[in-house]
Design a protein around this ligand. Structure first.
Ligand code: NAD
Length: 314
């Protein structure tokens, strides 16, 4: 089916039908925002509870990815990791996945955070079948997914990017075209590797000050106006009660879980290894988060502060 074929579109005429696969913490609110914007969605998830929630707000429910995509011109996925993305699109044996069932010209947008190499593998299989593939990982967390204010970092062709834009604009506020296929994933993990380094470094600096008698708020204010200034000091201070309305002042609940930061740091390390690039700071941050997540994986990633000052975790 041609995405530009008006007969193939939904009741709103110019909006393509969408198959949405993966309705977890991120996928469910993203799908809901598309429904609210008038798109027709057929959804699939392994979890029945997840699909029921979407059914209640107007989606139809499929019993497989192939069934979900039967009348779709666009497929969007939001899955946990590369192996799930491969299993959906390439199939268990690499040739019996959803891609082989999609008509030429279908647009696939995968917003899962996965290794660039994994995204490129799916993209190459897609282009052999005449299917357009975009890797479009997001930042902004569940709050951004609910508010429709995610940042999309997209890799793929100009044409596919242009086709995706109206749907991405419903789910997000900032939409970047990072480059060719895989570039979205690379850009996202570069950003998150830097964020992990900045958070671990900021926690370390505040701890050094506090252990030498400084008030964490006074020290944070000084660094905020000095050359150590960074995003974590501006809006996400890791030390409890320095800032209001951040996870550190709320028992490190909510926000971006340490285990997700660890996942992204591991993806960065995998990409660095695959491409022979040295990342000594990233590798140290990955090591710190690996140890931290053993007991604190569900706490916000600023809880890395507790590595220095265990009392802040309680
Ligand atoms: P989640 O675990 O809440 O949801 C994943 C969903 O995928 C689940 O409902 C699960 O049942 C479903 N699923 C798993 N395998 C499937 C399959 N084969 N077919 C269909 N459904 C399947 O995860 P999430 O928090 O929504 O994250 C999704 C992606 O977004 C991840 O790649 C994550 O790294 C990325 N991400 C998450 C956040 C966040 O704050 N949660 C922020 C940015 C990016």
């Amino acid at each position: 089916m041609d995405i530009n074929d008006k007969n193939a579109t939904d009741k709103d005429g110019d909006k393509p039908n969408i198959a949405f696969i993966g309705l977890g913490n991120m996928g469910a609110p993203m799908a809901e925002n598309l429904l609210k914007a008038g798109y027709t969605l057929c959804v699939y998830d392994l979890s029945q509870a997840a699909t029921e929630r979407l059914q209640q707000v107007g989606a139809s429910v499929a019993s497989s990815p192939i069934e979900a995509a039967r009348h779709a011109q666009v497929v969007i996925s939001m899955l946990p990791a590369g192996k799930h993305v491969h299993s959906v699109y390439l199939g268990e044996n690499g040739s019996n996945g959803l891609l082989t069932e999609l008509p030429k010209g279908t647009l696939v947008i995968d917003s899962s955070t996965i290794a660039a190499a994994d995204a490129i593998k799916v993209a190459e299989a897609a282009s052999q079948l005449g299917v357009d593939f975009l890797d479009a990982p997001v930042s902004g967390g569940t709050g951004g997914a609910i508010a429709g204010s995610l940042t999309f970092i997209v890799g793929g062709s100009d044409e596919a990017f242009a086709k995706a834009q109206p749907m991405l604009a419903v789910m997000g506020k900032n939409i970047f075209h990072a480059g060719d296929q895989g570039a979205g994933q690379v850009a996202k993990i570069c950003n998150n590797m830097l964020l992990g380094i900045l958070m671990a470094g900021t926690a370390e600096a505040i701890n050094l000050g506090v252990k030498n008698g400084l008030d964490p708020k006074v020290l944070s204010d000084i660094m905020l106006q000095s050359s150590g200034r960074n995003w974590t000091l501006e809006v996400y201070n890791p030390y409890p009660q320095v800032m209001e309305n951040v996870p550190s002042s709320n028992g490190y609940q909510g926000g971006f879980m340490s285990k997700l930061m660890q996942k992204d740091l591991n993806l960065a390390m995998q990409t660095a290894q695959d491409t022979n690039v040295e990342t000594p700071m990233g590798s140290k941050a990955a090591e710190l988060y690996e140890a931290h997540t053993v007991e604190n994986g569900d706490k916000d990633f600023s809880s890395i502060m507790g590595r220095h000052d265990h009392s802040v975790l309680f």
